[in-house]
Write a protein that binds this ligand. Structure first.
Ligand code: SF4
Length: 290
């Protein structure tokens, strides 16, 4: 499917295109894909090669996203796709985000059917989750607008690596976000995730300032982002730049994908992280995967 031409720029001299769907701003030569491996330059036009193809569809308790303060006790209809705009070495969903060619087969579905399924399962919302939804922006926007017409709320579970342009659009149709704030270290974002921390922090600020429901998840990884100073820094960011009312989820990591040599996070670190966050006044702090 051809991507709307306001989401990419064509070069006047070459056949290259610059995708502006996420903060990678990939410059893609004719016949090649961007980092997410979903968008392809075909004769100087950008095509979304996975429009209408999903990896998973299922009703879930909304607390699984995790969102603990948005429509609590309800079901949300979860939709996952393929690919990602980050390349995290510890990805817990790498079988759909990175190496899906080896493991997964897609399901073809149209927006109308997703909304019908959500209603049939008595869901109160739909959630774009499991892989990074931003890279499927045209598909999830169309589906989300249909869902909202049927009084369903829309949730993004995301790494927050939006371009300014895509965040402008996303804010028009998403009601609640869980953003994965992976670390407060620029080096961690660069070397472990292939991304830029500042973009994520700016986008978190913007989502909060727009008054959207926001919860944050931080996966604590043994030896990488589990220092007390980094946990303090992350909590300070929430307190100073966002608000004490933003729920914070600390989650335990296990050896996985290209980080199969780490130890499972010591639960004591998670308990300490919760104590630090509560001491700073953050009202709602949760622990996951323990
Ligand atoms: S969505 Fe992001 S990663 Fe994918 S091609 Fe566009 S800029 Fe690159």
């Amino acid at each position: 499917m051809l991507v709307n031409n306001d989401l990419y720029k064509k070069s006047s001299k070459t056949q290259k295109v610059r995708c502006e769907i996420c903060a990678n701003y990939c410059k893609i030569a004719d016949g090649n894909f961007g980092i997410c491996k979903q968008h392809k330059n075909v004769n100087g036009e950008l095509f979304d090669e996975s429009y209408g193809v999903v990896s998973s569809l299922s009703p879930d308790p909304i607390e699984k996203k995790p969102l603990n303060h948005f429509l609590p006790g309800t079901l949300t209809y979860s939709i996952g796709g393929f690919g990602c705009n980050m390349t995290c070495l510890h990805c817990q969903n790498y079988m759909i985000s990175q190496e899906y060619d080896k493991f997964s087969r897609g399901i073809e579905i149209m927006p109308e059917s997703i909304v019908e399924n959500a209603l049939k399962h008595d869901c109160r919302s739909i959630s774009w989750t499991y892989n990074e939804p931003t890279i499927h922006l045209p598909f999830n926007k169309k589906t989300s607008l249909l869902a909202r017409r049927k009084n369903l709320k829309v949730i993004y579970v995301s790494n927050g690596y939006f371009s300014d342009k895509s965040l402008n659009e996303i804010l028009t149709f998403v009601d609640a976000f869980n953003i994965d704030l992976k670390s407060m270290s620029k080096d961690f974002y660069k070397n472990v995730c292939g991304a830029d921390l500042d973009v994520v922090l700016d986008n978190l600020n913007r989502i909060y300032m727009e008054g959207k429901h926001l919860e944050i998840t931080n996966l604590i990884i043994d030896g990488y982002n589990d220092s007390i100073s980094e946990i303090n820094e992350l909590c300070n960011f929430v307190v100073d730049q966002l608000g004490l009312d933003v729920p914070l989820h600390f989650s335990r990591a296990f050896p996985y994908y290209k980080m199969d040599d780490i130890s499972p996070t010591n639960p004591e670190i998670l308990f300490k992280a919760k104590e630090i966050a509560l001491d700073k006044g953050i009202k709602n702090v949760y622990l996951g995967n323990i």
